[in-house]
Design a protein around this ligand. Structure first.
Ligand SMILES: [Zn+2]
Length: 413
């Protein structure tokens, strides 16, 4: 068995792309100046990964479960539950977790903007949060926290709840907020509470001073709450149970923190980590280095900026996010070198030209100081197609990394 090293998985969310006309027919990863990633690719191995399987377009939560070695067909608590786990909200088996959006509606609850202008400040979020958090409806307690921009997470706590209800989110503007319906008889109570909550939230948010101020400034009021992805907490075997590893997550977004915590990773907060292009890449690198020093076997670092730029179809911003990530990765490897096994990859492709997730496989870079190099000299989707790792599926990623990190036992005598 190889000497033990720390496994570091860096996921640049939505990194995979296709040729972009604005970038002269290059992908953002090809166009970006990435001296560190290119050197690591030259010294290591590359390949392409089908995160779920060929032809399947992954959602971010499911994709990460595959990368962590879990098959969401057997382990999937629902996005709302994962999002809630990524916050400080109390959440226990029996409770129902939701993703929540502040939205703008008119007086008959017709949605005019699903994200209330996408520009709610942390200060405004704190005030809006107070109007919802702590409500009690039919004996069910409501816990709510604002996370970032228009986003939040919500928990219903009480007896006899079920996550088998339909969503209230109409998914497009110009339609009324939907009535939640039970999908099984015992979910009647939950659907009723959700419908009352939507109404009460609207009445409370509508009358807040903060919304009147927003309207005066020409901004959209955050006067409604859209709840999505209901899910109940289930308990799975952790990475520690399965592999005996002590693991940590360094991420900015609640969904990624929550998905990692679901499989037993410890959340390590980083000052200035925001999940945007302005996240503090230096602090993230330093925290990763610190985690190796403090004895973690596996560290998952998540960068969201690449995916945000992809959804905004902003090629230049995606290039910038990749370049900043490159510098961050360079800093980590320079400091740790022979102490780590590193993988840099993505959870899915989000091509600039599409602005949504697609089924294109993602590039993978595997590096360690001792690894047998292939002939690939740069890190990109096209170069990785020629690499030694060839094509493989997401469920193989963790064992691949753990094997080289000396974290797996020999099979057989
Ligand atoms: Zn993603």
């Amino acid at each position: 068995m190889d000497q033990k090293r720390t496994a570091i998985l860096v996921v640049l969310d939505g990194l995979g792309d296709r040729p972009v006309i604005e970038l002269g027919g290059l992908t953002p990863l090809q166009a970006a100046k990435t001296p560190n990633l290119d050197q690591l690719a030259a010294e290591g191995q590359t390949g392409l990964m089908y995160v779920i399987s060929p032809g399947v377009t992954p959602g971010s939560d499911v994709a990460h479960l595959f990368l962590f070695g879990y098959d969401p067909l057997t382990h999937y608590p629902g996005r709302g539950a994962l999002e809630v786990l990524g916050t400080e909200l109390p959440f226990k088996p029996g409770d129902i977790g939701f993703r929540a959006n502040f939205a703008t509606v008119d007086s008959d609850l017709t949605v005019t903007d699903r994200r209330a202008g996408r520009n709610i400040t942390p200060e405004e979020g704190r005030i809006l949060q107070k109007a919802i958090d702590g409500l009690v409806i039919d004996g069910i307690k409501v816990h709510f926290t604002h996370t970032v921009q228009h986003r939040g997470a919500l928990v219903l706590e009480g007896n006899g709840l079920s996550d088998k209800i339909t969503s209230v989110d109409p998914r497009e503007t110009g339609l009324k907020i939907l009535e939640s319906k039970p999908l099984e008889p015992k979910a009647k109570k939950t659907a009723k509470v959700v419908n009352k909550l939507v109404q009460i939230a609207h009445e409370r948010l509508r009358d807040l001073e903060v919304n009147k101020k927003r309207e005066k400034k020409g901004l959209l009021p955050a006067n409604a709450l859209l709840l999505r992805g209901p899910g109940q907490l289930d308990v799975v075997k952790t990475l520690k149970d399965l592999w005996g590893v002590k693991s940590a997550v360094i991420a900015g977004g609640a969904l990624y923190i929550g998905t990692a915590k679901y499989v037993g990773m410890e959340h390590v907060p980083v000052e200035g980590q925001t999940g945007t292009i302005d996240t503090n890449f230096d602090n993230i690198a330093e925290k990763a280095i610190e985690c190796v020093d403090s004895g973690y076997d596996f560290i998952f670092v998540h960068i969201k900026a690449t995916d945000n730029a992809s959804h905004d179809q902003d090629a230049k911003k995606k290039v910038l996010a990749i370049e900043r990530s490159d510098a961050m990765i360079g800093k980590i490897v320079d400091a740790l070198h022979e102490r780590v096994v590193l993988i840099v990859t993505a959870d899915h492709s989000t091509p600039i030209a599409v602005g949504e997730h697609t089924c294109d496989p993602v590039p993978v870079l595997l590096w360690s100081s001792f690894i047998r190099a292939d002939s690939v000299q740069a890190f990109s989707e096209l170069d990785a197609a020629k690499g030694a790792l060839h094509n493989f599926r997401g469920l193989s990623l963790l064992p691949l990394m753990f094997g080289y990190a000396g974290l797996l036992e020999k099979v057989g005598a």
